[in-house]
Ligand binder design. Structure first.
Ligand SMILES: [Zn+2]
Length: 185
């Protein structure tokens, strides 16, 4: 179900996927690895307006506010929303103590510009604020599979900050993300 959305009324601007990809490439070229944090910061800063836009989208579809939307409906509606605003469709799931967000068509993933690491940093930042608002508490988001790496999907892990820190640390020691999560993060 693709629908247009009122960009002006939702404090959104349309940029092309090509621009997003070029911005990331230029940042990593000129800033180096710190570009990741800059992109995350930019995504995070847009979270509140993004969450408000989701609320208005739900209202327009005669659905309840995000906070009271039934969990079973949340994944489907969030997927429709992100698809409608051009980012791509998502499927939400669980992996032990963390939530997963999978997308096979995510806009920030770019198989045409291959990376050796997951590269959807802007999205990870935006998700951190967005899903933190949904959860009512701070969450950390880390992408562990990415279409930019040749994977079939982008996969983001969403979890409590301390859990995600342990997963991150374990991965830094060479542990696969699914094993790190299964070990309790
Ligand atoms: Zn990705």
């Amino acid at each position: 179900m693709a629908e247009s959305i009122d960009l002006n009324g939702n404090a959104l601007v349309a940029i092309t996927r090509d621009s997003l990809s070029a911005l990331r490439a230029a940042l990593f070229r000129d800033v180096g690895p710190n570009a990741a944090a800059l992109l995350q910061e930019a995504g995070f800063a847009g979270g509140p307006a993004l969450y408000d836009a989701f609320g208005r989208w739900l209202t327009a579809h005669r659905l309840p506010a995000p906070e009271i939307l039934a969990a079973a409906d949340f994944s489907r509606r969030a997927s429709e929303f992100f698809h409608d605003i051009g980012w791509g469709s998502i499927a939400m799931g669980e992996l032990s103590t963390v939530a997963t967000i999978d997308s096979s068509d995510w806009a920030e993933g770019d198989p045409g510009h291959p990376l050796e690491f997951p590269g959807c940093y802007y999205s990870a930042g935006a998700f951190a604020d967005f899903f933190g608002r949904v959860a009512g508490e701070p969450v950390a988001v880390m992408e562990v599979e990415c279409r930019s790496m040749g994977a079939e999907r982008c996969r983001f892990l969403v979890g409590a900050t301390e859990v995600m820190q342990r997963v991150y640390d374990a991965m830094g020691e060479g542990v696969a993300y699914d094993q790190a999560v299964a070990a309790g993060g």
